[in-house]
Design a binder for this molecule. Structure first.
Ligand SMILES: [Mg+2]
Length: 231
């Protein structure tokens, strides 16, 4: 499709395997801080509870009801409290360890490099992410993703989070892209796809778990490499 010139991609869970990288970091934290000695018997239980609390915290962060700093420690404080451990200092230490180390992990979604090599030959590529600026820069650098992209737009640099229209209009302005020449690729219906629809941008939904939805998208793909036959 020749009409497109700019492709905007989400980072977490679209290119960088957030689930697996995060799981490995939490396993490592469980061992390092000897959480089984504090009464949490299984790392799987710890990870399951953390994930659910983390999602609640991120939902509050997206609504600007929780600050970035609070998000980082509160999610672990609440996880420890679930297991009957009330320890602010430990929560702070674990929060710091997680932020320092998770971005060093480099597992990518299957087909990521092959897709980016293909797209880079035909289009200008950019990232639009709701993740934290310094964390996302580090993840991209460690995972060798940086050279594919012209611009990385974070919600912190734009001042608005996906799905807000403003982060998309900011991205178009920053990259000099026209709306009609742009496509958004992402794994999240409520942020990536809804955001693209809010501004009238075409979108491709990366849908590895085959979720049902009624969003009007250019394509819905289960594997990243399917995008090569669309763009
Ligand atoms: Mg994502």
């Amino acid at each position: 499709m020749k009409i497109f010139k700019h492709i905007f991609l989400d980072l977490d869970r679209t290119l960088w395997d957030f689930e697996e990288n995060s799981r490995q970091e939490l396993e490592s934290i469980f061992k390092k801080f000897k959480l089984h000695q504090l009464g949490i018997s299984l790392s799987n239980e710890f990870i399951k509870i953390y994930k659910s609390i983390n999602e609640e915290c991120w939902a509050l962060y997206r609504l600007n009801k929780l600050s970035k700093e609070d998000l980082r420690s509160v999610r672990f404080l609440k996880t420890l409290e679930y297991f009957g451990i009330s320890d602010h200092i430990l929560a702070e230490q674990i929060g710091q360890e997680y932020v320092n180390n998770s971005a060093k992990r480099t597992i990518l979604i299957e087909g990521c490099h092959e897709l980016l090599i293909y797209l880079k030959n035909k289009y200008q590529l950019h990232i639009i992410t709701n993740g934290f600026q310094e964390v996302q820069v580090e993840k991209m650098s460690n995972s060798k993703l940086t050279p594919y992209f012209e611009k990385m737009i974070t919600s912190e640099s734009a001042g608005f989070k996906k799905p807000r229209k403003e982060i998309f209009s900011y991205s178009l302005k920053l990259t000099g892209a026209k709306l009609s020449e742009s496509v958004m690729i992402g794994d999240d219906l409520q942020t990536d796809i809804k955001g693209a629809i809010n501004i009238g941008m075409k979108s491709i939904y990366f849908n590895p778990n085959r979720k049902n939805h009624s969003f009007n998208v250019l394509a819905d793909v289960q594997n990243l490499l399917e995008i090569k036959s669309i763009l």
